[in-house]
Design a protein around this ligand. Structure first.
Ligand code: PAF
Length: 253
């Protein structure tokens, strides 16, 4: 397994892949957990070459404190990648490696990106789409793997790929949950014991409340700060904070 920290090195390695190589790509911000492992396992099964990227992307954080507190577990992440036989870990070592333009150029979607998380995190999806576009251009994957926990992100990335005629297949992987139902997320490590216990009620309320109003009322009664609970298509989406840690989830209705 090779860990690559500069774009120049990555580009020279990528140029050596054969034209017919099937490349599976798992983009992440690190702090890897079993949800990421399931994406890597799918990529490993379906690809000749597996590339994992780890980059805590500053442009998708609207809140500087959230960026500062984002967990970084580089050593464990590299060990986990090795365990799953990843071929390349692309870890750009600085913001300027990926943003030589200083983020003067960006990718925006102007409808769905303004709803749900976008309504509460201005600029978030511009940052996500821009970094994913950059990574796709660098990695040139055959398939890229995303978790359904970030369903809005997944849909927006699919939309970007279709709109820009990008030659990559987006593979959606089911949300991985703890035994009590909490969706795995890198942010979960920031939950203290009390908040962690409380968090199990979040997916339960989304699943069991008859209406979005009832789900919101239940969550507020339990002490969550609720950003939104919204039914859209065949899914119910929610975002809450508990002791300053933001959780998102979505369930089929
Ligand atoms: O889902 C994530 O971890 C990030 O939003 C992504 C897709 C790696 C872009 O930074």
């Amino acid at each position: 397994m090779r860990v690559v920290r500069t774009i120049a090195e990555w580009r020279s390695l990528r140029a050596q892949f054969g034209a017919s190589a099937c490349v599976g790509f798992v983009p992440t911000m690190g702090a890897l957990h079993a949800g990421h492992e399931s994406l890597i396992e799918s990529a490993r099964r379906e690809s000749d070459i597996v590339v994992l990227s780890i980059f805590v992307n500053p442009t998708q954080f609207n809140n500087p404190e959230d960026l500062e507190k984002y967990p970084v577990t580089t050593e464990q992440d590299i060990a986990l990648a090795r365990k799953h036989s990843v071929d390349y870990v692309l870890m750009p070592e600085s913001m300027t490696e990926l943003y030589p333009d200083g983020y003067r150029y960006k990718v925006s979607e102007i409808e769905f990106s303004q709803e749900l998380c976008g309504a509460h995190r201005p600029g978030h999806f511009d940052g996500v789409l821009t970094v994913v576009m950059k990574l796709f251009n660098l990695v040139r994957p055959t398939r890229a793997y995303f978790g359904e926990k970030d369903f809005q992100q997944l849909e927006l990335i699919r939309g970007m790929v279709n709109s820009f005629f990008m030659d990559v297949k987006i593979v959606a992987c089911p949300t991985v949950r703890e035994a009590d139902g909490l969706a795995l997320s890198s942010r979960n490590v920031r939950l203290n014991e009390n908040a962690r216990k409380k968090s199990q009620s979040f997916p339960l309320a989304l699943m069991s409340a008859p209406t979005v109003e009832a789900a919101r009322a239940k969550l507020e009664e339990l002490g969550f700060a609720v950003d939104y609970v919204v039914d859209k298509g065949n899914r119910r989406f929610g975002a809450v904070s508990v002791d300053g840690v933001r959780l998102i989830d979505n369930v089929e209705r």
